[in-house]
Design a protein around this ligand. Structure first.
Ligand SMILES: Nc1ncnc2c1ncn2[C@@H]1O[C@H](COP(=O)(O)OP(=O)(O)OP(=O)(O)O)[C@@H](O)[C@H]1O
Ligand SMILES: [Mg+2]
Length: 276
C-alpha cells in the first residue's frame, strides 16, 4: 500500500510549553480508514492539524506524499507546486465550524474551492448544486453561514470539503452535535467514501460509529502518546484500555465487542441496534 502520511517521532507543544503530542510515529496508507481516539485534550485535533500541514512538529519529522512538510516549504509566500498539490488532495473538516466559514452565503462558501480551479462559472455552479443536493441543504443555498444552526454549519463545512473531491479527508469530531438521522447519514457517507478509495481519518469520541467508519483505530492516551494502534474491533473489545484512556466509564455496559451507554431515562433500553 502506498504510504501517504509518515510521522516519525513527532512531538508538539504549544507556545513551547503546553504538551499536545509526544513521540508519535505512524503511517497512513492510501485508501485507509482510520479513527483517532482519545479523551479531551489528548491531542487529536493537534494531530489532524499536523496532518493538514497547518502546524509543524516541534520535533520529529512529517512526510506527506513523499515530501517532508516543513514551515519553509508550506509557509513561504512564493507559489509552491507541492503546497498547491497538497491543498487540492487533502480536505479538513474542523471541529469548530465557525473557524471554517467566512463567506456571505452558503453558495459562495461551497463555491470558494472550485473557483480556485480552472473551471467555468457554470461548471462551478453545477458542482455546488450537486453537493447541496447530496448534503440535503439545497434550502440553505442563499443563507448566511454564520446564522445557521450548529448542525447546519457542520453540513456546510463538510460540503466545502467534498466539493473539491479530495483524496484524503481529515474530519475532527464530525458527528458531534448532529441529530441521529444526520449522524447515521454521515456515517454512511464516510463508509461510501472509504469504499470509493478515499483515505478517511476521523478524530472522534463516538465509539458507536468507529467500527463503521474505520478498520484501524489509533488511541492517544492522556499522556499525549499513542497507546494503541490496532484494529478497531480489538480496541472496542478492550475495556481496560478504554477505561484507562478515559473513553468509557464504569457505568457503561459492554455486550461482546460493542460498547453501549445505558440511558437511565430509558430504563436501560437501547436506542440503537446492537453491533456485534
Ligand atoms: N492553540 C492552543 N494553544 C495552547 N494550547 C493548546 C492550543 N490548542 C490546544 N492546546 C492544548 O493542547 C492539548 C491538546 O489539545 P487538542 O485540541 O489537540 O486535544 P483534543 O484531543 O482534540 O481534545 P478534544 O477532545 O477536547 O477536542 C490540550 O492540553 C490543549 O489545552
Ligand atoms: Mg479536538
Amino acid at each position: 500500500m502506498e504510504t501517504l502520511f509518515d510521522l516519525r517521532n513527532i512531538s508538539y507543544s504549544y507556545v513551547g510549553k503546553i504538551d499536545a503530542l509526544k513521540d508519535i510515529s505512524l503511517k497512513v496508507g492510501r485508501g485507509e480508514q482510520v479513527s483517532i481516539l482519545g479523551s479531551n485534550g489528548s491531542g487529536k485535533s493537534t494531530l489532524l492539524a499536523i496532518l493538514d500541514g497547518l502546524i509543524y512538529p516541534t520535533s520529529g519529522e512529517f512526510y506527506a506524499f513523499d515530501n517532508q512538510i516543513t514551515e519553509e516549504v508550506f509557509d513561504s509566500i512564493k507559489e509552491n507546486d507541492f503546497r498547491t498539490y497538497f491543498r487540492t488532495k487533502v480536505g479538513f473538516v474542523f471541529q469548530n465550524s465557525d473557524v471554517q466559514l467566512f463567506s456571505p452565503t452558503v453558495f459562495d462558501e461551497i463555491a470558494f474551492g472550485p473557483l480556485q480551479l480552472d473551471m467555468t462559472a457554470e461548471d462551478v455552479e453545477a458542482r455546488v448544486d450537486d453537493v447541496l443536493e447530496m448534503m440535503d441543504i439545497v434550502k440553505l443555498r442563499d443563507r448566511t453561514p454564520h446564522t445557521l444552526s450548529g448542525g447546519e454549519k457542520k453540513k456546510v463545512c463538510i460540503a466545502t470539503v467534498l466539493v473539491n473531491n479530495p483524496d484524503v479527508l481529515l474530519l475532527d469530531e464530525p458527528t458531534a452535535g448532529l441529530d441521529p438521522r444526520t449522524q447515521l447519514w454521515l456515517t454512511e457517507l464516510l463508509q461510501e467514501l472509504g469504499e470509493a478509495g478515499k483515505t478517511v481519518i476521523t478524530a472522534t469520541h463516538d465509539l458507536e460509529v468507529i467500527d463503521q467508519i474505520s478498520e484501524r483505530a489509533i488511541v492517544i492516551g492522556e499522556d499525549h502518546r499513542i497507546k494503541v494502534d490496532g484494529s478497531t474491533l480489538d480496541v472496542l473489545g478492550d475495556m481496560a484500555l478504554l477505561l484507562s484512556v478515559n473513553l468509557i466509564h464504569e457505568h457503561m455496559h459492554f455486550h461482546g465487542k460493542a460498547v453501549h451507554e445505558h440511558l437511565h431515562a430509558h430504563k436501560g433500553e437501547h436506542l440503537h441496534q446492537h453491533k456485534t
